[in-house]
Write a protein that binds this ligand. Structure first.
Ligand SMILES: [Zn+2]
Length: 424
């Protein structure tokens, strides 16, 4: 049977060498825009320039899909479904911004050069997360060129401040969905990868939950005095004891669904990240403070973490309070694996990774824009078919960030498949 107009199935996406080099060079072009976001403020110019570039190199996408700008530089593309299907739209999300590159002298390639060498594309954002931004647009471009029409509406959502919390971009996009009462059946975002295991096996992991985010201020007080006659109790000494006690403590593991029971990173973590106290070397300070950044486990809560911290540090005479600064987020809900979209995702993964790659569900230990999108969907799936290698998640913000060309091409093939399978 011949495929119908809307059912062109690019199971085996045939790409010539020339097609592939065009795909890779369009992607490398996005790396050349230093779309760095920073909490103290940042220029939107590189974002506007990258958008103009994208419009020029993926002309069919930007002329066929409806585009909206939110929060000045976040892009929402809508590809309307052709039929009056009762299915809710699906969303694919990626962020345009990147973390700073640090000292370029520490890099072996210009972090914003988009160099292509040694079978890789080099630069800040290659895996976090311009492979998603460019890969999704490229996939839509290929599908449009092949005449594919989605059976349900597809949204591509590209925030511009994920690395600093997503309060301008993803949040504004979500508000616009809420105002229009649009609900998505699922959002596909970053946070799951292909991992190498210590035993040499390889597994593709879809993160169906992500941890929360909350920082707490711990403070200790003591009598200010002369350091030549220190008392038994000093503010810094007491605080140090509390930091050690907290790092040695652990919260009971929450009840999680069986599918992620053996996942990595289930435990709530406590990381001391900022420390202050004292102003002169021979004065015992009256107070000392530490910031503890925590990542509450799925099925736990920020309140439960505070309760645990208080239980540990209060007996030591240390106060603890939540820093309520807009970055706080509860752990996500655990998304269902019993949905059409998850099935489409799993099939697309198994079809694009090598035959010896395992498949599993897991938990992402950091926070992504997904926490914002959770207001428009019940199901968030975090995955991109990129092999993180030995560095694991540490590769994401590292010096010499790069992606194998085969991994990027796999991203494109994967998005091509996922959109078709989800929209049939
Ligand atoms: Zn990211």
């Amino acid at each position: 049977m011949l495929p119908t107009e809307h059912d062109i199935f690019l199971d085996e996406l045939k790409l010539s060498r020339e097609d592939e080099s065009g795909i890779v060079s369009r992607f490398a072009g996005t790396i050349r825009f230093p779309t760095v976001s920073a909490p103290e403020g940042f220029s939107l110019e590189p974002f506007h320039e990258m958008r103009q570039y994208s419009k020029a190199v993926w002309r069919n996408v930007f002329s066929s899909l409806d585009m909206e700008l939110h929060g000045e530089a976040s892009i929402l593309l809508k590809w309307p479904g052709y039929s009056s299907t009762p299915l809710d739209p699906v969303m694919l999300a990626a962020h345009q911004d990147v973390v700073p590159a640090g000292d370029p002298d520490h890099w072996s390639h210009d972090p914003f050069g988009g160099d292509i060498s040694n079978n890789r594309v080099w630069g800040r954002g290659t895996i976090d997360y311009k492979c998603g931004f460019a890969g999704m647009i490229e996939a839509v471009s290929l599908l449009l060129a092949a005449g594919f029409k989605p059976g349900r509406t597809v949204y591509l959502s590209f925030g511009h401040d994920e690395e600093i919390g997503g309060l301008l971009g993803a949040k504004a996009i979500v508000e616009s969905f809420r105002n229009r009462q649009i609900v998505c059946s699922s959002v596909l975002d970053e946070g799951g990868y292909i991992y190498s295991e210590p035993d040499g096996t390889v597994a593709a992991e879809v993160a169906i939950a992500e941890k929360g985010y909350a920082s707490f201020k711990l403070s200790a007080e003591a009598v200010q005095g002369h350091s030549s006659v220190p008392p038994e109790r000093t503010a810094i000494g007491v605080l140090a004891g509390a930091i050690v006690a907290l790092s040695e403590s652990s919260m009971p593991l929450p009840e999680v669904p069986d599918v992620i029971k053996s996942a990595n990173w289930l435990q709530t973590t406590f990381a001391p990240t900022m420390l202050s106290g004292g102003c002169k070397e021979n004065i015992l300070p009256a107070a000392a403070e530490v910031i503890i950044n925590t990542r509450p486990s799925p099925c736990s809560s920020v309140a439960a973490v505070l309760e645990h911290i208080l239980t540990v540090v209060e007996p030591l005479g240390v106060k603890a309070e939540l820093i309520d600064n807009g970055s706080v987020s509860e752990p996500s809900v655990v998304s269902s694996t019993d949905t059409k979209d998850f099935k489409a995702l799993k099939e697309s993964i198994l079809n694009t990774v090598s035959a010896d790659t395992g498949f599993r569900c897991g938990v992402f230990p950091a926070a992504t824009d997904s926490r914002r999108y959770s207001r428009v969907t019940k199901n968030t799936y975090r995955f991109m078919p990129v092999h993180l290698g030995q560095k694991g998640i540490g590769a994401l913000h590292s010096v010499d960030e790069n992606i194998l060309i085969t991994d990027y091409l796999r991203c494109v093939r994967f998005y091509v498949q996922y959109i078709q399978r989800a929209c049939r």
